[in-house]
Design a protein around this ligand. Structure first.
Ligand SMILES: CC(C)(COP(=O)(O)OP(=O)(O)OC[C@H]1O[C@@H](n2cnc3c(N)ncnc32)[C@H](O)[C@@H]1OP(=O)(O)O)[C@@H](O)C(=O)NCCC(=O)NCCS
Length: 447
């Protein structure tokens, strides 16, 4: 291994102090293409993905060049220049709920991805060490939230992440779709994919401000989604793009879809929607109607939508819409309780004491949360928690707080699951009223 590749950092100490002999933690320079390729090799092996052989394969991971790449090396390995552990991180903005009726609020958060450990090195605490270090680093940098999407959802609770958004897939049977309302006044236009590149981020920004949970999409996200990167060109040939312009000609929504053979009936075709973003109810209705009216198409399928998607209410026959595969998507980890609680907007004025346990000791403590009628919160750290406990206190873990923060979980439900404990029976319901829940939070992109 060349010296330039040697990561800095503590040689064989994990973040929690246990020892991992011969392992070194450090960062890989993403602008060093050889080091980046080695890091990516480790990453694809960890996830059992195809090896990186061509430049086009590398292009799949172009966003890695803008990220912090953590690595763990094992000097006792024959190919010790290839990491045995990987993690990537970057600063993003996550939308927290606004005060009642107002836009959601983007707050800075550390996004974590590409957590992988070589199959030969699993269950020795490497992932634990990488994740713990990352969370402490984010906190040291003044961030109060970390987020990720999980391939293995059983892993992250132990590190204080809570499932914060849920999503579901939907299928619309076009033959049974009779619409409850008239068609919107704007127009749906077929557009070249390149043309959507400039307007899609604007439409996203407007749509994402209406809900909590979305994270800032990275520039390369759009190029890949629209099939404009070299590795996506082949698959993009069947991709079609439409844009919805309102009566005044302003773009308010778009959809990307492809029509292919149906998975359930070879004589039929399905439209698979890759993306459907609507900044207004009219845009939403018009795009769905366009997709449902496509000739030859028996079913429109969409992935990762809201758990309470309006399409089910837009057709006369509710059975024309099937919902499936409901699952958690965004995991949120609170790193500083007062900062996180004051960053979001609140739905009702009240005051409660929260006793928060953090298995990693990062954000632990007892806090007095007071909200006012304008949706603002004040959070005071309690030095002597015992004295306040009688006052409608709730005891919960930092992962439960992460699940509640965006409004995607209810304290009542968590209390019934015995994951939120209370002194007074009404305390979970009071917290739920403070949190509100106009619209469940959602995330539409996996990262
Ligand atoms: C998941 C993965 C990163 C774990 O790495 P690892 O170094 O073996 O994990 P650690 O030894 O640090 O274990 C950390 C904890 O997670 C648990 N854990 C690890 N893998 C798990 C799994 N697949 N399911 C449930 N728990 C798991 C361990 O039991 C351990 O718990 P403990 O510390 O409370 O005892 C690794 O197995 C891997 O690369 N898997 C394939 C890629 C992947 O799924 N990555 C996660 C993407 S979200």
């Amino acid at each position: 291994m060349r010296d330039a590749d040697r990561p800095s950092g503590s040689p064989d100490q994990t973040a929690d102090g246990s020892s991992l002999p011969a392992l070194r933690f450090g960062d890989v320079d993403p602008t060093d293409s050889e080091a980046l390729t080695r890091w990516l090799r480790a990453r694809v092996r960890g996830f059992h993905e195809a090896e990186i052989e061509t430049d086009a394969d590398l292009e799949r991971f172009a966003s890695s060049r803008d990220r912090t790449l953590r690595a763990v090396f094992d000097d006792s390995e024959e190919h010790s220049e290839i990491p045995v552990g990987t993690l990537s991180a970057w600063e993003t903005a996550v939308r927290l709920p606004g005060a009642l009726g107002s836009a959601s609020r983007p707050v800075a958060a550390r996004a974590i991805s590409a957590v992988s450990v070589a199959p030969t090195h699993r269950r020795r605490g490497i992932a634990r060490s990488l994740i713990t270090r990352e969370l402490r680093d984010a906190r040291d940098q003044g961030l109060y939230l970390a987020v990720l999407t999980a391939t293995e959802s059983a892993i992250y609770g132990r590190f204080g992440f809570g499932p914060a958004t849920r999503g579901a897939d939907y299928a619309l049977d076009t033959r049974r779709a009779r619409w409850m309302a008239g068609a919107p006044a704007g127009r749906v236009r077929l557009v070249p994919r390149e043309e959507l590149r400039s307007v899609a981020p604007e439409i996203d920004a407007e749509a994402h401000a209406q809900v909590a949970g979305e994270i800032l999409r990275w520039p390369n996200f759009y190029d890949r989604m629209l099939g404009l990167t070299p590795d996506r060109r082949g698959a993009a040939a069947s991709l079609r793009a439409v844009r919805y312009d309102d009566e005044s000609g302003r773009p308010r929504g778009y959809a990307l879809y492809r029509v292919g053979a149906s998975a359930t009936d070879p004589r039929e075709k399905d439209a698979s929607v890759i993306e459907l973003v609507a900044a207004t109810p009219d845009a939403y209705a018009a795009l769905w109607r366009f997709l449902a009216d496509l000739d030859l198409v028996a079913r429109v399928q969409v992935r990762l939508r809201d758990v309470d998607e309006p399409i089910a209410w837009m057709v006369e026959d509710p059975a024309a819409v099937t919902k499936s595969n409901e699952r958690e998507l965004l995991w949120a980890r609170v790193l500083d309780v007062p900062e996180a609680l004051t960053a979001r907007g609140w739905a009702a004025a009240d005051a409660l004491t929260l006793h928060v346990h953090d298995p990693l000791g990062i954000a632990e403590g007892s806090f007095r949360l007071s909200t006012d009628a304008e949706g603002r919160a004040e959070v005071a750290r309690l030095d002597r928690p015992g004295g306040e406990a009688a006052d409608a206190g709730l005891r919960l873990g930092i992962a439960e707080l992460g699940a509640l923060l965006l409004g995607g979980a209810r304290a009542e439900t968590l209390a019934r699951a015995r994951r939120v404990l209370f002194d007074h029976r009404e305390a979970p319901a009071r917290l739920d009223r403070m949190i509100g829940g106009e619209r469940p939070p959602r995330l539409s992109s996996v990262f």
